[in-house]
Design a binder for this molecule. Structure first.
Ligand code: 13P
Length: 290
């Protein structure tokens, strides 16, 4: 199996009312952990990297690792540019092999958001690269992005319809009450808004901020039309906590093959759990249209 464009994964997810989990990865170990778990559950997967991940390891190196693992694990894999804001940056990465990109212009006014997204779509579609864009604004912290509650706002359904049709995007990230990172209290998800948007917008709908959201909320959101669930923070916490615990119990330890494995196994538990909520286990026969 090779790396494929996200739209092939999301098309079937939308048709069959399940979601593809999108996991934020940072290095070879986190990619391997996600793929091991997805292979065990026979789940398609989106591996997502933010601009700051690609500062840590260059896109072409992550791409090469994923390409090689795609052969090892034989499951449909999409490698996604998460929260990219710069068209030049996206262009470079598409030339280097990216076939799935998010242009996040949610900080711009509606008309400017549309204008930038249209330019990205026009470029990416020449290369069979699918494009996700965001309307509304999620609060919370992700890498270098920090959006306060004051600046976060929910997606307007009328605008969502107009935005999707005028931009030609392949998927739409919406704000319905989730946030990036952990929550101070249980998030209030606007399921009515989700249902309205999902009934009126043709393209697959994406939920960001999938960490720390109660399980039944994710299941309900997927049932109402969410086709992609993004998860980052919970994976990092599981990995880090397991490694910390390992070093506390084994202060002399120094072999990455052991302490990394403990972190990877903890991360895999989160991946299993999100696959279950997304309903993506056993949905491997997608991507064949690519
Ligand atoms: P969390 O870190 O809250 O899971 O959000 C991840 C995300 O939405 C990536 O785009």
């Amino acid at each position: 199996m090779r790396i494929i464009s996200t739209k092939y994964l999301l098309a079937r997810a939308k048709q069959e009312k399940f979601a593809i989990p999108a996991f934020n990865i940072h290095n070879a170990e986190t990619i391997q952990a996600v793929l091991e778990a997805c292979h065990e559950r026979q789940s398609p997967v989106i591996l997502a990297g933010t601009p700051s991940t690609f500062k840590h390891i260059a896109f072409q190196d992550i791409y090469a690792i994923c390409q090689s693992f795609a052969g090892t694990f034989d499951i449909p894999i999409a490698l996604h540019l998460d929260h990219h804001e710069d068209i030049g940056d996206i262009r470079q990465k598409v030339f280097a092999g990216a076939r799935s990109a998010m242009i996040d212009a949610s900080h711009l006014a509606f008309a400017e958001n549309i204008a930038l997204v249209k330019r990205v779509v026009a470029f990416c579609h020449k290369y069979d690269c699918s494009v996700e864009a965001e309307l509304g604004r999620l609060g919370g912290i992700e890498d270098d992005k920090n959006v306060s509650d004051m600046h976060a706002f929910l997606t307007d359904p009328d605008e969502a319809v107009e935005f999707a049709s005028r931009t030609g995007i392949d998927s739409l990230a919406i704000a319905i009450g989730t946030a990036h990172g952990l929550y101070k209290q249980t998030p209030k998800i606007d399921f009515d808004r989700l249902e309205t948007i999902s009934n009126r917008v043709d393209v697959p709908i994406v939920l960001h901020g999938g960490s720390d959201v109660p399980d039944d909320y994710i299941i309900r959101a997927v049932g109402l039309g969410i086709c992609k669930v993004n998860v980052g923070t919970e994976l990092k916490i599981a990995f880090a906590n397991a490694v910390k615990k390992y070093f506390t119990a084994n202060p002399q330890a120094n072999d990455p093959r052991y302490y990394m494995r403990v972190g990877m196994d903890a991360m895999k538990e989160v991946v299993y759990s999100k696959i279950r909520l997304c309903g993506s286990a056993g949905k491997l026969d997608i991507g064949s249209e690519s």
